[in-house]
Design a protein around this ligand. Sequence first.
Ligand code: BDR
Ligand code: CA
Length: 307
Amino acid sequence: MTTRMIIDTDPGIDDAMAIHYAAADPAIEILGLTTVFGNVFVEQATRNALRLLEMAGIDAPVAEGAAKPLAMPLSPPSHRVHGDEGFGDIPAAEPRGKAVAQSAAEFLVQTCADNPGEVVICAIGPLTNLALALRLDPSIAQTVKKVVIMGGAVETAGNITPHAEANIYHDPHAAAEVFAAGWPVVLVGLDVTHEITCPASDFDLVRENAPRIGGFIKDISEFYLRFYESVGKFGGCSLHDPAAVIAAAHPQYFTTKNVQLTVVASGEAQGQTVASPAADSPAVEVCLGVEAAAVKALFINQFKLLD
Ligand code: BDR
Ligand code: CA
């Protein structure tokens, strides 16, 4: 069965990998992209999202979203991880198309209302747009099929700080609203994404499988791998955002546990996702196990279908 998907994204190197993976996977239909601040400023995220769809030949709308978190000041973009323009060493390039007039929150609400029970929202950036969509029209919690989130670290350490994963850290208030909304949430966090490690040779295979788009993925992976090496991780980079897209369409590779979560809003542990069994909140489905080799093989091999 095809997974009909809106990807909420801050592209971003691993976001680009996730979006191009989704474009390649016949089990996924991309209904649109919504953009958010995070790895880059939101205007850069929108430009990059448009460009990624045009490269892949996908004719789907891009709706621009939040430029800053709900309640906190904007943190600086993650240039060290993703490069000044979001794609490592690759210079910025203008897309041909433009974002639609609707905001990301409006696009999320309307697309779910128009296709009740069918749309999977795969969020691979800070969760601000999802919280704004819930505020705009809480009935999205009933019209959406499922919300799959790359974010959090429940039984493992953080990445942006020892406590927190970057997407949750960047807008913990939004994450708290999203976890409390009572819609079906699957959390694909560092508990599993840190188990999926890709060395440079994996991206050589992606390039072999799809010389044009895979070649782009190979080029942007070089900056990302250098960042990982700079923090002492020489075995390769983690496949964060692609793992969420893959979990949305191929959940059989993941094992999950229902967990009630609270999010630390500020202080040293800002953005920490804490299992809180006594909390008065709905449980979310947290991925705690992954067949990493199968996920990697899927990621590498689906690119054959793209070029
Ligand atoms: C997440 O943070 C961003 O840097 C990545 O794009 C990914 O969405 C990983 O913690
Ligand atoms: Ca991302």
